[in-house]
Design a binder for this molecule. Structure first.
Ligand code: SF4
Length: 215
């Protein structure tokens, strides 16, 4: 099997995916919610929650409070009411309030572009920290969700069993210049085209795709 041409794949998808909705956090960044704090909080809100729900929930919270200072002045109950459509709203509200309060108390009210700081907060895992660092801080991080994991394995670009292993395999192989667009392009591509039941008939990658594991 010839090596998968990743450059050609990104080239085709960059144009093709413009007609589909952006991944949630990229959409929020395009609307101006692009600080590390806004990106991290909106990613937490999106956990186990569809984009269609998490996007308006993030906008509602930020309309009320968009800085650590402003969020710390809300009560946990107020945050919970604002984000109640998000899954695990009660737990997330307490975590979001705690993050805002810590930033006010220890970081002069700003979330630094620092992976260690982000990962030190309860409720923040590698996926959200890496997305916030990539989008808001322009740091080279790959964030692999189930969609990215499925796509790059079907391409035969990696051969891995879990998103965590895919992250490591991509970090070793994929040029850094593609890391942020892996999140930006492959997440919506996996959601809308290379789905569990892939839409190969309309896929721009079809002529070059080995379709590994596709029934
Ligand atoms: S051709 Fe099918 S399996 Fe390959 S990337 Fe496109 S949708 Fe996915």
């Amino acid at each position: 099997m010839p090596a998968f041409d990743i450059e050609a794949a990104f080239e085709r998808l960059r144009t093709f995916m413009q007609r589909y909705p952006k991944a949630a956090m990229f959409q929020l960044a395009a609307e101006g919610y692009d600080s590390p704090f806004e990106q991290l909080i909106s990613c937490m809100i999106s956990i186990r929650t569809y984009d269609e729900t998490s996007l308006p929930v993030s906008r509602r919270l930020f309309a009320k409070a968009k800085t650590p200072e402003a969020v710390s002045q809300l009560s946990v109950e107020e945050i919970q009411t604002l984000i109640k459509a998000s899954t695990f709203a009660d737990r997330k509200a307490a975590q979001i309030h705690a993050i805002a309060q810590t930033l006010v108390d220890q970081y002069a009210g700003e979330l630094p572009c620092d992976a260690e700081v982000m990962l030190g907060f309860k409720g923040v895992g590698p996926k959200c920290a890496h997305l916030a660092l990539g989008i808001a801080c322009q740091q080279p991080y790959i964030s692999v969700d189930v969609h990215v994991h499925r796509v790059v394995n079907r391409w035969g670009y990696v051969a891995t069993k879990t998103p965590e292993k895919t992250t490591a395999a991509l970090a070793a192989k994929l040029p850094q210049s593609h890391w942020i667009e892996t999140n930006q392009i492959l997440m919506p591509f996996g959601k809308h085209i290379c789905k569990q039941r892939p839409r190969c008939a309309i896929c721009p990658i079809e002529p070059m795709c080995p379709k590994l594991g596709v029934g």
